[in-house]
Write a protein that binds this ligand. Structure first.
Ligand code: CMP
Length: 136
């Protein structure tokens, strides 16, 4: 069993996609073991995207992810990191395959509906930053 961290971004929440996205994960067989509805602080957002801090789009990234509520969650299942990323699709929604979350719902790289951790180590770090009080 593995755990991963995913987060429905402000555009996904604004577009009322929460239920549909969680249903896709559950239908695949992943189990939601932690879930919240909250707005990230500036500090949490900067820590979450620390690896992008030297990129030209860093400020835009932080401004967007703090622009409204998000739905962070921990999902559990066999190969949960890879399973969630396969459902989420490529980072750029225009390149993401139809049938994936980003392929079906996204149009812009900066507003790509959902984030998914890229490794178990990232999942652990992102969970500690954004869901620190979840007793899982
Ligand atoms: P995410 O999986 O949250 O991880 C980093 C995010 O940076 C990524 O999704 C995209 O939304 C965003 N991103 C990547 N490249 C660019 C870019 N060139 N311009 C704006 N945002 C970007």
């Amino acid at each position: 069993m593995e755990r991963t961290f995913c987060m429905i971004k402000p555009d996904g929440v604004r577009r009322r996609l929460i239920g549909d996205i969680i249903a896709r994960f559950e239908r695949k067989g992943l189990t939601v073991v932690a879930l919240d509805f909250c707005t990230l602080t500036q500090d949490q957002a900067e820590r979450h995207y620390a690896e992008h801090k030297d990129k030209p789009f860093f400020a835009e990234l932080v401004a967007f992810i703090t622009s409204g509520p998000v739905v962070p969650m921990v999902l559990e299942g066999p190969d949960a990191v890879a399973a969630a990323r396969a459902l989420i699709g490529a980072t750029d929604p225009l390149k993401a395959a139809a049938g994936t979350i980003r392929g079906d719902y996204g149009l812009r790289l900066s507003e790509n509906v959902i984030h998914g951790a890229d490794s178990p180590a990232s999942a652990k770090r992102e969970t500690a930053n954004i869901l620190p009080d979840c007793n899982i």
